[in-house]
Design a protein around this ligand. Structure first.
Ligand SMILES: Cc1cc2nc3c(=O)[nH]c(=O)nc-3n(C[C@H](O)[C@H](O)[C@H](O)COP(=O)(O)O)c2cc1C
Length: 192
């Protein structure tokens, strides 16, 4: 079950915009992140939930997509996320954001696994300007955006493939816009 969920939990860059996410759905995802392990149990992240069309339209231009496909502009027009969870470091909790970079991924993956279980999907977006996002969301100075999680009902196909020796690890798309993600085989990532 968990392995199936992990395989289904891909980075999606195309969504059905007619399926609008609700604040309740986003709350449910963040509720799951509360159970994630956290360095020294600081729990220094706070979350901004974005789901109205107006707010999604404001945040979308702050996000950068698919650096591995520089010739494409993704998401395609009319296929943008219908929700975002913006993870922020609360600088009043703990010694500074550097201490918590590992925790970012753990909380984000927890949120995405819950989204996948709900029949939704998303994409972690690290390619953004924290100041621009903070201004766009009108956040207090103490909140530093550390990761944007785009969410919605995926309407594109993502296929996992096994990376063969000598092949590139870059993801790619075919003429039908099917997105392929090569993963290194198990024996290649085991040192001993
Ligand atoms: C920390 C992190 C930041 C990422 N930032 C971006 C991003 O800014 N834009 C984007 O399109 N994808 C981003 N991704 C998605 C990766 O490109 C994606 O995970 C990778 O291509 C493998 O695909 P998969 O998630 O389907 O396995 C990010 C992933 C991670 C883990």
């Amino acid at each position: 079950m968990l392995k199936d969920l992990l395989k289904q939990n891909r980075s999606y860059r195309g969504y059905d915009e007619s399926v609008r996410l609700t604040r309740e759905q986003l709350l449910d995802m963040v509720d799951c992140a509360r159970y994630a392990p956290f360095s020294q149990n600081f729990q220094s992240f706070k979350y901004v939930l974005v789901h109205t069309k107006e707010d999604c339209d404001k945040l979308q231009p702050c996000t950068g997509w698919a650096r591995g496909l520089p010739h494409m502009t993704l998401p395609h027009p009319g296929h943008c996320p219908t929700g975002f969870i913006v993870m922020c470091y609360d600088n009043t909790i703990g010694p500074g954001v550097e201490r918590f970079w590992k925790d970012v991924g753990i909380c984000a993956q927890t949120i995405l696994l819950r989204a996948t279980e709900m029949g939704l999907g998303g994409c972690m977006i690290g390619n953004f300007n924290p100041e621009k996002v903070r201004e766009t969301l009108e956040l207090e100075e103490r909140f530093r955006p550390v990761l944007v999680i785009a969410l919605g009902k995926p309407d594109e196909t993502v296929v996992l493939t096994e990376l063969k020796p000598g092949e590139s690890f870059n993801y790619y798309r075919d003429e039908n816009d099917v997105h392929y993600v090569p993963k290194r085989p198990l024996d290649e990532i085991i040192i001993k």
